[in-house]
Design a protein around this ligand. Sequence first.
Ligand code: PLP
Length: 427
Amino acid sequence: MTVSSDPLTPDIGARRPFDIAAIRRDFPILRRRIEGEPLVYLDSAASSQRPVQVLAELTRFYRDHNANVHRGVHTLSVEATELYEGVREKVRALIGGASEREIIFTSGTTASINLVAHGWARARLGPGDEVVISEIEHHSNIVPWQMLRDDRGVVLRVIPMSPDGTLDLDAARAVIGPRTRLLAITQVSNALGTVVPVRELADLAHDAGALVLVDGAQSVPHMPVDVNELGADLLAFSAHKMLGPTGVGVLWGRMEVLESMRPLMGGGDMILTVSLERSTWNEIPHRFEAGTPNFADVVAFGTAIDYLRALGLDAVRRHELDLIDHGLAVLGDVPGLTLHGPRDAHRRGGVFSFSLEGVHPHDVGQLLNSQGVAVRAGHHCAQPVMESLGVAATTRASVYLYNTRSELDALSEALRRTARFFGDAGS
Ligand code: PLP
């Protein structure tokens, strides 16, 4: 099969070494103006922007190869199937799995975690068995376990966060114990940016005989993640936070864990045989992908992975660490601003969550938007973090590979103007 390349789409390979000007040219949306000001997009923790290469791949797939996958004997279906299935290997290579068969496509991190909660844990855990999470989890790594607790009598235990938003290993040791069956833990907090020492926690969990599910929604897009180094048994992440389309996610699992997991949904494609009496399951991973998968978006996700790997996730992390250092400095100078989360850049992902004295986070967000700066305001689907900080909400600026130091300067300037505006309004 030949997949013709589009002469108007810049070659991904040409982005190495990390060329920020060339990278930014790949993201046409960054040229937009908002309220008459150049867009400063600082909301990538919620969803990243997509480069032209990913947009072009989506169009090319629909234009040249589109047909339903797996069952067809005709050329288009065979091509579509090859393209779809080929992305499993790209994902495997990205995260260091043992086989592309360990890659399950879902609709996102939330769906991946729910698949583990209701496909693996529901059948295998009962009263007295413990699932350990932390206080800094996203709601999608809290609520499924609460459902399990309420339905199955599973005990939910929580590693508390320290005041600076980090997880204390001694506190973890007090929570992880002989009854722990699963540690479900984020690698990077979306609300605070905390980088969690997953390996150390995974070792504790494994010593207790438990499995480890890592929420990689905020780590896989931003830094090298290797499931073996991490000590993960299961890993969940979302394409839309890593240059890919919406509606695609991944659950990676070690094969023996996936073999002990039940499919959550029944239907086409996930079966080997069906009679009116009974059905038998297809092989892994197909048994977990009932119905027509989101094949076009998965194919374009493959291009997003190509893009990230061409840059190198180590280079992405280096770029973000530079931005984090700079962000800590310029935000530290804004009068009345309290920055939440760890002080040390190396213990942070590219997330700045802050409060501005006397101004509601939503007002901060709106005033920033009027100056072209796109940030998020709210509880960031992490209400327990907000409760621990003693606030209802924060304003969150988050960076990615296309952001620059001068955009963080623009944020800092816009915040000063915002503080002055509300200071003047209050005086
Ligand atoms: N986990 C973390 C740490 C996240 O940041 C998010 C999204 O913000 C999710 C899980 C949920 O991801 P999705 O909404 O793509 O399922």
